[in-house]
Each structure stands twice: as structure tokens, then as C-alpha cells.
Ligand binder design. Structure first.
Ligand SMILES: Nc1ncnc2c1ncn2[C@@H]1O[C@H](COP(=O)(O)OP(=O)(O)OP(=O)(O)O)[C@@H](O)[C@H]1O
Ligand SMILES: [Mg+2]
Length: 224
């Protein structure tokens, strides 16, 4: 489902080149649950952003479901993201002035040809039900605990029924108990709903919940 072919990516600061990913090739199977691990600065978030079509490689190709997303123009890519990717971040990234329900509805505004507000609300309600937070639908993010905010973020990631969920340290800011809740939810998305999940984590316990682990070291694949 996900294929990286000879991908390289650098960032430039002043006139200095920072090589982040170096001639990286890998494959991630459809419907798998993969943990992406590696030291800080090894390029995990950069790799996740390439897989999610948030950023472009300098060279090489990124394919997702046989679409070469690294060759799409930005406008096409935005449309592709809206239909194919759900994002989960470490710090939830919810919109503070919107309720939980409104936050979950947001990605549906980006899906083309989706004019029906009632249907949007129905989908957002059922996503909140799936994460067990329908009783908090009208709460603002500041009125929710960290674990609850992350569950809202998961509802937002699944509301479009995207085939691929990418998560960048989704349990990084949570206590052990909330982290376990979040990991259980992610496992059920993968196991019951067949969504492909790629999750960056520093936590070996979290990584154990995935079915395979990719180790990055200095922009290349490391040892298992
Ligand atoms: N927008 C940017 N501009 C310049 N350098 C960047 C940028 N984004 C990342 N970098 C650099 O690229 C390298 C890899 O960053 P990346 O965020 O992918 O690492 P990471 O493995 O996710 O680290 P962490 O575990 O700390 O989140 C780092 O050295 C970082 O400083
Ligand atoms: Mg990172």
C-alpha cells in the first residue's frame, strides 16, 4: 500500500544542508499496523509527512495505494489527503473555539461533493460514539482531559473513513492509562475496521501494540 523508492529529503538552514532521509526505500503493507521508531532527529516526522502527502521528497517516489503522491501538484494533493488520510498528532491540534463535534466535522468540509450538513453531523456523531465521547460532544477542547482530547482527535481522523491513519507520537503527552485507551482504540481501528496505521512512537510499550516496527537511524533503516 505504501511504497517509498529511493527517497531523499534535506532541509536547508542558512547555506547548510541537513540531510534528513537518505536514499530510503521501504514498503508498508495495506491493513498493517506499523510503529516507526528511532532517536530524536532521525527523520520520523519527516517520513510520516511524506507518506501523508504533507511534504515532498527532494528525489525518489512515494506511492500510496498505487498513486504516486510525490508527483501530484499541491491542489491535487490536498484533495487526495482529504479523501485518504487521517492525522493524529501528539498535542491533539484541536481548534479551541469549536466544540468536540464541530472539530470532528471539520475534515468533511474538505471532501469534495459533500454538501449535506445533516449527513456530516451524523458521521461526526457516529465517530464520537466510536471513541466513547458522545456525551462530551458540546464540550470545547479546554473542557476535556488530554486523553479525551486525543479521542476527539481520533474521531476527527476516522470521520472520513480514510484508508490510512498516520499518528505522530499520539500517546507522547498522555499518562499510562490514557495512553492505553488510545492504543486500544488504534488497535481496534486496525483490527476491526482494516485501517492501515503508521504510528511514530518513542515508547517501546506502545510500539509492541503494532504488528511491525520500522527503525530509523540517521535517515536510513536501522536494525530491528
Ligand atoms: N522545517 C525544517 N527546517 C529545517 N530543519 C528541519 C525541519 N524539520 C525538521 N528539520 C530537521 O530534520 C531532522 C529530522 O527531523 P524530524 O522532525 O523528522 O525528526 P524526528 O525523528 O521526528 O525527531 P523527534 O523524535 O524529536 O520528533 C532534525 O535534525 C530537524 O532539526
Ligand atoms: Mg518527530
Amino acid at each position: 500500500m505504501i511504497q517509498l523508492m529511493n527517497v531523499s529529503k534535506s532541509y536547508y538552514r542558512a547555506d547548510q544542508e541537513v540531510k534528513v532521509l537518505i536514499d530510503l526505500s521501504l514498503e508498508i503493507e495495506a491493513k498493517s499496523f506499523t510503529a516507526l521508531m528511532g532517536p530524536s532527529g532521525s527523520g520520523k516526522s519527516t517520513l510520516l509527512n511524506l507518506i501523508a502527502g504533507i511534504d515532498f521528497p527532494d528525489s525518489g517516489a512515494v506511492f500510496v495505494n498505487r498513486v504516486e503522491i510525490s508527483a501530484l501538484r499541491e491542489s491535487k494533493l490536498a484533495e487526495w489527503r482529504a479523501n485518504n488520510i487521517g492525522f493524529i498528532f501528539q498535542f491533539y491540534n484541536l481548534i479551541p473555539v469549536l466544540s468536540a463535534l464541530e472539530n470532528v466535522e471539520l475534515p468533511l468540509q474538505l471532501v469534495k461533493g459533500f454538501p449535506d450538513n445533516k449527513e456530516k453531523k451524523n458521521l461526526a456523531v457516529s465517530a464520537l460514539e466510536r471513541v466513547g465521547l458522545i456525551d462530551r460532544a458540546n464540550h470545547k477542547p479546554s473542557e476535556l482531559s488530554g486523553g479525551q482530547q486525543q479521542r476527539v482527535a481520533i474521531a476527527r481522523a476516522i470521520v472520513t473513513n480514510a484508508p490510512l491513519i498516520v499518528a505522530d507520537e499520539p500517546t507522547g503527552d498522555l499518562d499510562r492509562e490514557s495512553a492505553t485507551d488510545i492504543l486500544n482504540l488504534m488497535s481496534s481501528l486496525n483490527g476491526d475496521h482494516g485501517q492501515t496505521i503508521v504510528m511514530v512512537t518513542h515508547d517501546p510499550k506502545a510500539a509492541k501494540r503494532a504488528r511491525s516496527i520500522i527503525n530509523l537511524e540517521k535517515g536510513k533503516l536501522g536494525d530491528e
